[in-house]
Ligand binder design. Structure first.
Ligand code: ATP
Ligand code: MG
Length: 595
């Protein structure tokens, strides 16, 4: 397929018609107040994420629609309608109430993608209880650290996870008053100092009046991915639901008849904002797969579950690419109409792969744990420039700033208006899902803001904006390489390497060198069917020099079977660097495959 710089949209005959096609007009007419009006609000005033996601539909025309469809290997699918989800979340909220757990208390969930996780998150929200879902694969240490940091009073987990990872750490979590256990896979082993969730649910009634939370009341505590350092706890409020809803509309184009699949685990903010909340807000049916990544399984699910909107991540797309085109060709996806990706820069190669393997380009979008929802996106409303993360959604003001010398700790910045100049990506504060603090780290939170009245949020990412208003990711401020007076963004180098037919993924770091400051070193894992060799290294190196020029192309290339990544799928460049330089690895609590 010819690689053009723009992929044009042909919206005229799409069914259903996309929600929008006039980018400028939609931005002009948008206000967050109007966006809030699309939701119901609580009967006595106030707003609550759980109520909007579940109860609003359970009392209306969508009551019998499947809200969540759980699938697993060797198990019959399990479905929960909106009405059933309302009853179960009411029961769970009553369980919390009977235990004396109320508004502002803090609940953690530690489980695979089982129905109880979803019921607990939504039920806790309805009870005003602040929730943190954690990756079930976390080891004992990261679990205890997070519960301690968040002063968690309640933990919902399974009997097996409790025995393996929590029990021995219990004394280190003095705030933890109740542990509610779910039976995993058939049998159930009761543990002292725990409660059996099924029994409590059975005893509770399914009538519950949602606690009257206000827009600024805390709802969720999410930990960042730990890509650049120790994960930070970002506090989110119930008012965030307005962003969840608006972005589900503008960035994911969710329509009520959609069969939607978000592949992210709720342990990562994507798996909560877009794996639980946004699809329910739009009354769609969400597929939840309990299994881990498997190329053949994922293609089969997309096909057999007739997924219409798919939200995934570059790491998964790269793994599908690695598995080869033949596998993709054995499947057909006539129902699929919109594909989006988040979490890392999406290399142009991957956008094109979507077009070839799925018949649709992939819409990259950008956001962070701190932003709570999608901010910059490729959408149905405008053409894709492969490699760009798109344009700011309605209600989002994004711009590029340059840092000026600061007199004290506080950052001082100036807006760069000229197109195509690199700088830090900043957002005008005030969108509803903006985080309201880093847990126990007020100083760090304050350092994220600058400009007039401290009204600009600094994202820590470097980007540039082109003359058409598209944003291009350059790299994280921490990862940028300084070599012989050049500033080199790892993304550009990695994307060029990915164009080589043998390269499955690439992670690029700056390696200190006395003469030029840093030299570019690339770590590469190869696609299935390719073997590492000196001649392949030279071939990739020659390709990179042709594409990037000698100053930017990697001076060193190393092959690895796979690159270290976070559980949310991000390449951990800081770990590649630490290992290369023999330095301490720092916080590895989110490292995939780690304990
Ligand atoms: P930590 O803050 O702990 O280092 P993290 O920043 O990876 O971890 P997340 O909040 O999960 O934690 O990720 C947000 C970051 O992911 C963004 O700041 C950006 O660097 C990167 N990111 C997300 N989406 C994109 C995208 N579409 N293009 C480029 N980068 C992206
Ligand atoms: Mg971050």
């Amino acid at each position: 397929m010819e690689r053009t710089t723009v992929i044009h949209k042909t919206p005229a005959n799409l069914r259903p018609a996309p929600h929008w096609s006039d980018f400028e007009g939609a931005r002009r007419n948008f206000s967050w107040d109007l966006a809030r009006d699309a939701l119901q609000g609580l009967p006595g005033g106030g707003i609550n994420i759980g109520f909007e996601a579940v109860d609003r539909h359970a009392g209306g025309a969508l009551r019998d629609r499947v809200a969540l469809r759980f699938v697993a290997r060797n198990a019959t699918p399990l479905e929960l309608s909106y009405a059933e989800l309302a009853r179960q979340t009411n029961r769970f909220a009553n369980v919390l109430r009977s235990l004396g757990v109320g508004q502002g208390d803090h609940l953690f969930v530690l489980a695979g993608r089982i129905p109880e996780l979803y019921v607990a998150v939504l039920g806790a929200l309805k009870n005003g209880t602040v929730v943190t879902p954690m990756f079930s694969a976390f080891g004992p240490e990261p679990i205890a650290t997070r519960i301690k940091l968040g002063a968690g009073q309640v933990l919902v987990t399974t009997d097996l996870i409790y025995q393996r990872k929590v029990k021995q750490m219990r004394s280190q979590m003095p705030s933890l008053r109740h542990v509610l256990l779910v039976a995993e896979d058939g049998g159930f082993t009761f543990e002292p100092d725990t409660l059996d969730l099924a029994t409590l649910m059975h005893e509770a009634t399914d009538e519950f009046t949602t606690v009257s939370t206000q827009a600024d009341d805390p709802a969720l505590l999410h930990f960042t991915s730990g890509t650049t350092g120790t994960p930070k706890g970002a506090v989110h409020v119930h008012g965030a639901v307005v962003t969840h809803h608006a972005t589900g509309h503008y960035a994911l184009d969710l329509h009520p008849d959609d069969r939607y699949w978000c592949t992210a685990d709720p342990g990562w903010v994507t798996g909560t904002s877009y794996g639980i909340i946004a699809p329910l807000l739009h009354g769609v049916t969400s597929l939840i797969d309990r299994e881990e990544f498997d190329a053949e399984r994922w293609y089969t699910l997309l096909e057999q579950e007739r997924i219409t909107v798919w939200y995934t991540a570059p790491t998964a797309i790269r793994m599908l690419m690695k598995a080869g085109a033949d596998l993709a060709r054995q499947h057909h996806f006539p129902a699929l109409r919109f594909v989006a990706s988040v979490g890392e820069p999406l290399n142009p190669e991957a956008v094109w792969w979507g077009q070839e393997a799925l018949g649709l380009p992939i819409h990259d979008n950008w956001w962070q744990t701190e932003t709570g929802g999608i901010m910059i996106a490729n959408t149905p409303a405008f053409d894709i420039k492969p490699g760009s993360m798109g344009r700011p959604l309605p209600g989002v003001d994004a711009f590029i700033v340059e840092h000026l010398e600061a007199q004290d700790e506080a950052p001082r910045v100036r807006v760069i208006d000229t197109p195509d100049v690199e700088g830090e990506l900043a957002l005008k504060a005030g969108w509803p899902s903006m985080f309201r603090g880093y847990l126990n780290n007020e100083a760090r939170y304050r350092k994220c803001f600058a400009g007039p009245d401290n009204a600009w949020y600094l994202t820590g990412d470097l980007a540039r904006r082109d003359a058409d208003g598209y944003f291009w990711f350059v790299g994280r401020a921490d990862d940028v390489i300084k070599s012989a007076g050049h500033l080199i963004g790892p993304f550009e180098v990695e994307s060029a390497l990915m164009e080589h037919p043998a390269v499955a993924e690439a992670g690029v770091i700056g390696k200190p060198e006395p003469v030029v400051g840093e030299v570019v070193k690339a770590f590469i894992s190869l696609k299935d069917g390719y073997q590492a060799s000196e001649s392949l290294r030279m071939d990739i190196s020659a390709h990179a020099r042709r594409r990037l020029g000698a100053a930017v192309a990697p001076k060193e290339i190393a092959f690895l079977p796979s690159l270290p990544r976070t559980r949310s799928g991000k390449i951990m460049r800081r770990l590649l660097k630490a290992r290369e330089l023999g330095l301490p690895e720092g916080d590895t609590s989110t490292l995939e495959g780690g304990a």
